[in-house]
Design a protein around this ligand. Sequence first.
Ligand SMILES: *Cc1c(COP(=O)(O)O)cnc(C)c1O
Length: 234
Amino acid sequence: MDIAANIASLRERIAAASARAGRDPASVTLMAVSKNQPPDAVRAALDAGLMCFGENRVQEAKAKIPLCPNRAQWQMIGHLQSNKCRDAVALFSMIQSVDSLALALELNQQCEKAAKTMPILLEVNVAGEGTKFGYGPAALLAEFGELSKLPRLEIHGLMTIAPYTPTPERVRPVFHRLCELKAECEQLLGAPLPQLSMGMSGDFEVAIEEGATLVRIGTALFGARPRRAESVAE
Ligand SMILES: *Cc1c(COP(=O)(O)O)cnc(C)c1O
C-alpha cells in the first residue's frame, strides 16, 4: 500500500474538483480516516504530509493515539455515547458527531471539568436514513439556538454522511442541502460557520463541488480497512 502515492492522487482529484467549482484547493482539508488502521498506517500518512486523523470509536482511539507520533491531530467522527464524553474531551481536538442536545450538554459539562473549550460540528442526517445518527434538518434548526449558547462548545459547522451509492452524482442533493442548512444556521447565529465536513472515498469530489471544507477519506488512502480486531489490541 503506497500511502504517499494515494495522497498524491487524492490531492490531484481534490484540486480538479475544486477547480470545477471555482474554489481554492487549499480550502479543502484532507482528513485521514484511520479507524481500524494500525499506528504504522498513521505514521506513514503523517510522514506523507497528513496531519488530521478521524476515528469513530473512543475505545479504539484511546488505545491507538498513545502509540502514534504526537504531532497527529485527532477528531471524533463516530457516534458518541454520553459515558464516553470524558475520554473524548481528553483525546480529540474536534468532535464532528454531535447529534443531540443531551450529548452536547454532557460534552459541555466534561469540558467545564477539564477547563477546555471544544470545537464541534453538528451531524445532520440529511437523507433521514433510519440506520444513521444525526439531527434531522428540522430538529437541527429547532435546537441550534440552545446548542450555540453552551459556553464550552464552539460550533464550527456541520457534518454529514451521505447514503452509500455507487453513483455519487445521486447524493449531490444531500451535500447541497447540508450547505443550505449551514447558511440557515449562520442566519440564526448571526456569524459565519467555517466548516462543512462531507465527502468520503466514494463521493468526495461531488461534496467538494457542493462546498465541502473537509473530506473524510479512509479506503482511498489506506486501502480496504482491516477488520476491527486486527487494528489495535484493546
Ligand atoms: C469510515 C468513515 C469514513 C471513511 O470512509 P471511506 O469510504 O473508507 O473513505 C468517513 N466518515 C465517517 C464518519 C466514517 O465512519
